[in-house]
Design a protein around this ligand. Structure first.
Ligand SMILES: NC(=O)c1ccc[n+]([C@@H]2O[C@H](COP(=O)([O-])OP(=O)(O)OC[C@H]3O[C@@H](n4cnc5c(N)ncnc54)[C@H](OP(=O)(O)O)[C@@H]3O)[C@@H](O)[C@H]2O)c1
Length: 229
């Protein structure tokens, strides 16, 4: 795909991978719509990147629809929608899981992806084209001890991604699942992993996502693991 002038919506665009993608898509000449919940950070991003910032919580279906509506009002259509917003809770044994936080994580990681996809499809189906990118995780490929709640939220989003891909087959819409390994972001500010220094930079992962999009036939399932050391 030639990315120049493409209209790209990114959820969770103020930090980490979302912020890296916002910058990279902007450099490609895309019209970037950056979204997250913290207004101050969105304002800062809009100033530095010259993107269009919309405050929206992925846990609220009506706010995802509003994000899509505002994008179309401003730019006429949506080419690419990245469901990137995601959160984690600290690794713990099952007995120590904080269920309120686990429910909230499912709201963000699964329902947020589902609401975002529905909002994007409202316009993409009408136009018969578009690409949805769901940021999953290698935790959606293999369960790991003490990560049951996070893995479950990402497996849910993976099942959703694969199912919707089949559902929109024939509508001219691509649905890409991205499975990154560990990245150095604020994701881990509450509990820093022991081997954090070996994690990838978010921009390294962002470049691979964009390089995949530029292919004539982008991979529908893109696994981006940390290089072996
Ligand atoms: N870091 C890793 O090692 C890693 C590995 C594999 C996959 N991932 C996935 O990659 C994605 C990005 O993670 P990251 O590491 O870049 O995280 P991050 O640095 O913590 O950034 C998360 C972003 O999501 C936004 N966000 C959080 N809750 C939201 C909500 N309810 N509605 C809208 N936006 C919300 C945050 O902004 P506000 O707080 O202002 O809303 C922020 O912009 C996530 O889906 C994560 O699961 C991360």
């Amino acid at each position: 795909m030639d990315l120049k002038d493409k209209v790209v919506v990114i959820t969770g665009a103020t930090k980490g991978l979302g912020a890296a993608l916002a910058e990279l898509f902007s450099k490609e000449g895309c019209k970037v719509v950056a979204s997250a919940t913290t207004k101050q950070k969105l304002d800062d991003l809009a100033g530095s990147l010259n993107c269009y910032a919309v405050q929206a919580d992925v846990r609220r279906e009506e706010q995802m629809l509003e994000l899509a509506d505002q994008t179309v009002k401003r730019f006429g259509h949506i080419d690419i929608w990245v469901n990137n917003a995601g959160i984690r809770i600290p690794h713990t044994n099952l007995e120590e899981i904080d269920w309120d936080r686990a429910h909230n994580m499912l709201e963000v990681n699964y329902f947020g992806t589902a609401y975002g996809t529905k909002a994007a499809l409202k316009y993409m189906k009408e136009r018969g084209s578009g690409t949805i990118i769901n940021i999953l995780s290698t935790s959606a490929l293999q369960g790991r001890a003490k990560s049951s709640a996070y893995a479950a939220s990402k497996y849910a989003a993976r099942g959703f991604t694969e199912s919707i891909r089949s559902e929109v087959k024939g509508d001219g819409i691509a649905v890409i699942g991205v499975y990154p390994g560990g990245m150095k972001t604020d994701f881990f500010k509450e509990q820093v992993p022991e081997d954090y220094d070996k994690y990838m930079d978010a921009s390294t992962v962002g470049i691979k996502i964009i390089d995949n999009l530029k292919l004539d036939k982008p991979e529908e399932e893109q696994v981006i693991r940390r290089p072996a050391v």
